[in-house]
Design a protein around this ligand. Sequence first.
Ligand code: PAF
Length: 284
Amino acid sequence: MQIVETVAEVREQVKVWRAEGLTVGLVPTMGYLHEGHKSLIDRAVAENDRVVVSVFVNPMQFGPSEDLESYPRDMDRDAALCEKAGASLIFHPDPSEMYHEDFSSFVDMNTLTGGLCGKTRPIHFRGVCTVVAKLFNIVTPDRAYFGQKDAQQLAVIRHMVSDLSFGIEIVGCPIIREEDGLAKSSRNTYLSEQERQAALVLSRSLALGKQALEAGEKDAAKVRSVILDNLEKEPLAKVDYVEVVDWNTLEPVSQVEDSVLVAIAVYIGKTRLIDNFIWERSTK
Ligand code: PAF
C-alpha cells in the first residue's frame, strides 16, 4: 500500500490502474479510522480492483468555533488499518495541496443543506461538497463510499453527483454501532466515561421512535416527541434537533407515508453527536 501526499502522485497511479483496465473505489475520510470506516473500506475492496482512502481533515467544513484543531489524528494507526483492510493507496494531502493560496471556487447547494445539521453548521456542506468534488476529480473513481451515519451528507453528495454529472456510483453503507448501541464516530473519543454512558440516550431514544412507527404511528410530531421526551430525561444531553424528514427531499413531514429519515443531533457535554435511522413504510 502506498501513502502519497500530492494530487500528481494520485493521478499517476490511477492512470496506471486505468491502463490495466482496473476499477477504482474511493473512501473519503477525515482519518482517525474506526470500525465504521473499516466497513466502508471492506465494501470498497470487495467491489473494486483498487481502493483509494483519502485521509484529510478538511478545514473548509469546520465553522470558526468548531473542533478543527482538536479533531483526533493518528496517521500510523490509520495506515495500518487501511493496509490490513486491503486498500491500495492512501491520499493524505496537506491543506496547502488541496487549497492553494488563491483558492476561490466552491460547490454550494440550494436544497438539502439548510435543515438538520445545516442549521447549526451553516458552512459545513459547502466545505464537504467542495472537498468531495475535488477528491472525485483527483481520483476519478468508479464508486465512492459514504456512511449512513452522516445521512444528510450522503443525500447531499448523491444530489451533487447527479447535478454535476460526475458519473460516479455513490454507495451508502449502514451505521456501525458499539455493542451497547452507540454509533461509531471519531468524536466519541472526546467523551468522558460519564458522558460515554450518557451518550447511549441517542440510540435508545431512536429505538423508541422506531418502536412507535412499528406500532403503526403515522403522526411525525408524535414520533418526534417520543424521542425528544426520552432525550430530555438525560441531564448531560442538550438537544440540537430531532427531525422526521422525507428521505429524498430532507423536508419535514407531518405524516409518515413513504421513506423517512428520523435524525437527531445532541450535545453530550461539549461533544455534538448525531444518529439516525431510515424508515421505509412500504417494506414494513
Ligand atoms: O464524512 C467525512 O468524514 C467528511 O465529511 C468527508 C466526506 C471525508 C469530507 O471531508
